[in-house]
Structure formats: C-alpha cells, structure tokens
Design a protein around this ligand. Sequence first.
Ligand code: AHR
Length: 517
Amino acid sequence: MRYFKLITNSLVLFLSFSTVLIAQEPTKVTLSLDKDAPVISKHIYGHFAEHLGRCIYEGFYVGENSTIPNSDGVRKDIINALKELNIPNLRWPGGCFADTYHWMDGIGPKEDRPTIVNTWWGGVTEDNSFGTHNFLNLCEELGAEPYLSGNVGSGGVQELADWVQYTNFKGKSPMSDLRRENGREEPWTVKYWGIGNEAWGCGGNMRAEYYADIYRKYATFMSGADVEGGIYKIASGASDDDYHWTEVLMKNIPKSMLQGVALHHYTVIDWSNKGPDIDFDEETYFRSMQESWLMDELITKHVAVMDKYDEKKEVDLIVDEWGGWYDVEEGTNPGFLYQQNTMRDAMIAGMNLNIFNNHADRVKMANLAQAVNVLQAVILTDEEKMILTPTYHVMNMYKVHQDATLIPLSFNSPEYTFKDESLPALNISASVDKNNKTHLSMTNIDSKKEHVVTIDVNELKIKNVSGEILSSDSLQDHNSFNEPNKITPKNFKDFKFKKGVLEVAIPPFSVIVLEAQ
Ligand code: AHR
C-alpha cells in the first residue's frame, strides 16, 4: 500500500512537472510564403477626425492667430507627429456629425459663416471656422488622402454632388468657380467618399433596404469623371454583427456603384457602463480583450456574406471606425468623449492591426477613432502641450506593414486565462516590403504570462534581426502631460536566432515588431 502511494505521488509529481514543461513549450509559428498573398493596403493605417469635443477645435485647429505654432491654424506639432506615422488617409467631418454638416457653411470668409449647434456632441456652438479648405489643405500638407463623409441624413443629393464638383472639377462650373473665388485654383481631387454614416442610427435610423435605394440615388449623381479610375464610394456599413445589413447592401447595390462597404466595431464592454479609462480591474481588461478579439470573427463573417455576392473580391471592406471606448475622463464633458490611453489601448491597437493585416485580401481601409483628444486617440493636447499615446507608438511601430505583401501564418496560440474563461494570448502578422525586409508584429495580451514563439525563417535567407518593444510595468500605465514619455518603444533583444529559427520571448501585455533582412 505504502509502495503504491509512493508510485502515485511520484506520478502526480511527474505529471504536474511535465504539465509545466508542456505549458512552457514554445509556440511554433509557420509562415507560408504564398506568391499570391495580398498587399496590406497602407489605408488600413488610416485615421478619423470628427467635429467632436476637442478633436478639431483645441486639437488640430487652434486658429491662425494662436501663439501655438501652426500652419494655417493647424498645430505644427500634430502635423509633424502624424507625418511621422506616414498617415495614409484622414476621414472627416464625422461620424454622426457628418449627417448634420452642410459643407457650404464652412467655405468663404470666416466672419460670414453661419453657426450651427453640434447636436450630437455636447450641444456646443460650431462656428464653422474649420471647413473644406482647411481640411483638404491639411491633408495635402500631411501627404494623406482625404476621405470625406457626405451628409445623407439631413443633406441632399444636389448638396453632395456639388461638394464633389467643388473639390474635384478642374474646368469651369458654378462650383469650381466658387472654389476659385475662395482662393483655390486647382482642385484637390478627392477620391474617397462616404455616402452617409451609420445610416442605421445617427445617420437617419434607416432600414437596410431603404438605405440601399438611397445610396444608389446619391451615388448616381456623384461624378467620378475628374479622378483617375473614378471616385471610390463607400456605403455606410453595419454595426458589429448586423450581417443582414451587409447582405442587403451587397445584394441590392450594383458593384459598379460600390467600391467599399463599411463596418463599425468598438471595443466597448457595455454601452451603459463602459468602465474607467485608467483604473480598470483585470476582469474589465479581460472583457475589453474579448470585445477586441471579436473584430476577427466580425470581419470573417461579414466577408463570408460579401463573398456570396462578390467572389472576385471587387468590393472592399472598410472598417472606418474602430478602437476602445470607455467612460469619459472624470471632470470632462460627457459629450466630448475624452479618455486617457493606457497599455490596454496598446493591446487593442496591436491586436486590431494584426487582424486587419491578416484579412488584407478584403479589408482595404480602416480608421482609428479618433486622431486627437477623442476616444482611442493617438495624440492628446492640453493647451500648448501635446503627448503621444501608447496607441501612437503601436501605429508607428506597425507602419512598416503599409503596402507590404502579407506573409500568411498559422499557429496555435497559448491561452490567456481569467477565472474559467480564456482567449488566445497571442496575435501576430507578418509582411515583406519592397526592399525585401520582413516584419513580424506580435502582441501578447496575457496580463501575467510571457509566451515564447519559434519561427522558422530559413526560406527567407535572413542574416540580421532587430526589434522594438512597447511594454510597461502595469496595464494601467499611460503617458501624461507630467510624464509624457513613460511609455515609448525600446530596443528589443530578447530573441535568439539560430540555424534560421527565431525564438522570441514576448513579455506579458507587450507589443513587439521585428525586422529581419
Ligand atoms: O466616433 C464617435 C462616434 O461613434 C461617431 O460619430 C459615430 O459614427 C459612432 O457611433
């Protein structure tokens, strides 16, 4: 009996020891160097600026007479920071605001411009001092493509057709003459146009069937003649898992009229109790990660619907609003959606960008909500001060994927477990750029455990590997106006490269980008 007990005890010991060993076994990542892999459109790294809270006013735009250094009223520090990101496109003027915006209010002498009430966001007075010229000139300075959201909800077909002519027509016409009167000779040639925003909600509370017809009517009168290849029209898309919406649009709008269908999905744990931006607990963090991971499932299922009607993938999926959404920072206007940005946001950014990269065959554009002072911002300002958030740093590290060719990969992720639930701890994407440099971006969302991966890169004939990491001591860490550089990317060396195999130890809640050539 004693002998049997000894054997059982040793067996238990052996089993638990081997479990530990198995748990520490590195995760094998397999790259498939597929010649037909898609290019990761640079537009996946797009941004969004709405007339909401302090995004435009007190954010981008401080006015021509401000003591803050500016270029035509737009802060130079913001322009430089966004240029550094290689910002590919900027969506404007909303969001919900777009369906209340009449573009003609924002042109001509500033003193003559009418004021309106921003009914969606805080009920503040909008003086229209930042308008079409300011926005399109800003995009030119940034080297970014403008993406204009047209007013369908409270606007009209003629109004939107006129906006297209005002911005794009080279010859003589009522709208191009007006543009010249307002100081701009050459058209800006705007390619990307949204036809309404969230038409199922703030854009007019329409049914999908009704919106599909309205879309066709608007699209008919928007002339694409002045843009090489025509203008690129984007339909207001589904919220989260509304697959019916995507189905109705794909079924009822001719492909010749439709270049992109949008999708909005925010990382929000509960719309009536979104939780704090900084002082969140582990359960809230886990729920945020669950919501963030949902993006992968949503894209997969919306794409499956699109595939039914468009197997050649001629219509793109455009995730033109995504990001973390929490309760506003204490003491700030609830209608202004101002929130801080922690390592949780770095995880959301790292994960979503990997998801978009890995769906690059259908996802051709995405816009983080929003660029400055609103929701998951890359930049926060306080009067003359400006800080870059952890999300900014992730975007900057990942920019190497812009217009690079995807390297599809597969692996079985270890799990991040909280109580009796679990999620994949790792998400990874890889690409090879025009200079033959391979980049691997890896995010470990596990709040406690490091995870080790091995990647056989023999086929890539790599000689040198270098890396950067974004990590911090606690998930709640963030950059503040007092400590603006608490979280910045650091040189990363915790990898081995032997016989063509990379072994990388990814610390808990960290983002790593490796460059191999
Ligand atoms: O980004 C904030 C708001 O979220 C946008 O205005 C709207 O489109 C969405 O509901």
